[in-house]
Structures are given as structure tokens and as C-alpha cells.
Design a protein around this ligand. Structure first.
Ligand code: IPD
Ligand code: CA
Ligand code: CA
Length: 254
């Protein structure tokens, strides 16, 4: 059975409404730590519980892998879900967080949705059918000079306390660009490259559920999706997303 983005949209928007119900009552939000620098809230769990139930009811043939509940049933064809990407931002009342849902069939990412309810931005794409934001087609930026560009990154590696923690790379690249952003949701960061709001994004030590949906959207918008050596593909431990024109200028700095 092929999926329909139109059928998925009300399910994702319902998940967004659940997230917003917690977002509007932060003083009562239960926040826990999965590890010293990794938060999970009652909203993350509630959104994922809803998505697991709704997606498997609508498409019983697909399995489910969620950040909070793990993997279930068929993992050859599965939903890859981050119920709230940007949980720390969410818990502080910031607007930059999103629900990320991807469909992976036989290890190929075929559809992605990233919904940022507080920003009221809904990104989606299906392989071969283009990338969309709030119903309008989107494409990467035309910026072809690194010196004039705006780049984004994140520091998952700091949470993992890695020696190779992206700080030196950030300084190297920041000195060669005009704008730098660390916005707090890798899922949305990748969509900003798809939408031309960022010219490139990179991050280490992510998980597939952080970037799977964004990668489908970015590819359909004309972005390159590689590792830090320029190898084509989605490698969550080394994600580099560019508008294509800047890839060759960034690779020597990665
Ligand atoms: C986090 C966000 C953040 C990235 C972290 C991720 P989470 O996702 O994507 O931008 O830098 O590494 O863990 O934990 O809020 O789902
Ligand atoms: Ca995440
Ligand atoms: Ca998350």
C-alpha cells in the first residue's frame, strides 16, 4: 500500500495539538532526564503514544520505531518517529521544536513530515514528488559563496562528551561565513536548508529519528545529504546538508 501525505496530515496535526496542550501548561510539565544531558517530558511520551497508535491503525503493515518507546514489529518497513525534536527548547517555552515522522521501506526513506506547531510550519515530502511547506513548494537557496552564507549546526556531541565535539569545526566554519545559527532542533534545521532559510547544516552524533524526515524533505528540495567526507547518504553520526552550491567549499573545512 502506498501512503498518502493527505491522509497523514490530520494525524500529524492531531499530534501537534497534543504537544501544544502541554506546551501551554509548562508549569505542570513533568520533565525527566534520560541521561545527564538528555531530557524527556510527558509531552514527548504522550505524542509518541498517540502517533504509534494512530499510524499503526492506519497502516498496520508498517512497524514503528520511536525515540521514546523503541522498535516494534516489522522493522523492514517502519515509521521512524521523533515525537518532539527540540525537547529542551520545548520545556523552556521556546517555539523551535517539531514532530518528525518518516517512512522507511526496505532501508529507503520514502516520505517525511516535520511539523513545528508553535511556528505553525508544516513541511512534508514524498520521494520523487517534491518538498512542501504549508502547501507551497520549497527549494534550497541559491547562495554560492560560503563567505556570504548562513549555516546552522548543533552540539549533540557535547552531550555525548566527545573529544571531537564540533567546537573547533564550528569556529573554523564560522570564520568563513556571514551567519551562524544553533537553533535547537535538528529536524527543523534540516527543513530550513530545504526552504532556503539556511544555506547548510551539519551535526554529529544524531540518531536516525532526528533527521530521517528532514532528509527526505531536503533531498526533494534539491539539497545534498552526505557525511562529512561528501559520501552521499544519511549518516546520523555525521550529517551534512547543503544547498548543493556550497558542498565543495564546506568539505575541506569539515
Ligand atoms: C535534539 C535536537 C537538537 C540536537 C540534539 C538532539 P531531542 O533532539 O535535535 O537540535 O542538537 O542532538 O538530541 O533530544 O530534543 O529530540
Ligand atoms: Ca531529536
Ligand atoms: Ca525527541
Amino acid at each position: 500500500m502506498s501512503i498518502s501525505l493527505a491522509v497523514l496530515e490530520p494525524i500529524i496535526r492531531e499530534a501537534g495539538a497534543i504537544a501544544l496542550s502541554y506546551f501551554k501548561d509548562l508549569k505542570n510539565l513533568a520533565v525527566n532526564k534520560k541521561s545527564p544531558r538528555d531530557f524527556v517530558t510527558a509531552a514527548d511520551v504522550a505524542v509518541e503514544d498517540f502517533l504509534k497508535q494512530a499510524l499503526t491503525a492506519q497502516y498496520p503493515e508498517y512497524g514503528f520505531w520511536g525515540e521514546e518507546s523503541g522498535q516494534s514489529a516489522n522493522q523492514n518497513s517502519r515509521w521512524v518517529v521523533d515525537p518532539i525534536d527540540g525537547t529542551h527548547s520545548f520545556s523552556k517555552g521556546q517555539y523551535y521544536w517539531a514532530i518528525s515522522v518518516a517512512l522507511e521501506i526496505n532501508q529507503e526513506l520514502v516520505a517525511g513530515i516535520v511539523y513545528a506547531p508553535a511556528l505553525d510550519d508544516y513541511y512534508c515530502a514524498q520521494k520523487g514528488l517534491g518538498a512542501w511547506k504549508n502547501g507551497e513548494p520549497i527549494t534550497v537557496s541559491s547562495e554560492d559563496e560560503l563567505e556570504n552564507s548562513m549555516i546552522g549546526t548543533g552540539f549533540a556531541c557535547l552531550r555525548s562528551r566527545l573529544e571531537n565535539n564540533n567546537l573547533e569545526r564550528f569556529c573554523r566554519i564560522a570564520n568563513r561565513t556571514t551567519g551562524q545559527r544553533r537553533l535547537g532542533s535538528a529536524a527543523v534545521d534540516v527543513c530550513l536548508v530545504a526552504d532556503g532559510q539556511l544555506d547548510a547544516f551539519w551535526e554529529q552524533e544524531l540518531n536516525l529519528y532526528d533527521v530521517a524526515a528532514g532528509a527526505v524533505i531536503a533531498r526533494e528540495a534539491g539539497a545534498t545529504v552526505t557525511d562529512f567526507q561528501g559520501n552521499e547518504g544519511l549518516f546520523p553520526k555525521q550529517v551534512l546538508i547543503t544547498n548543493g552550491k556550497l558542498l565543495s567549499q564546506l568539505l575541506p573545512l569539515m
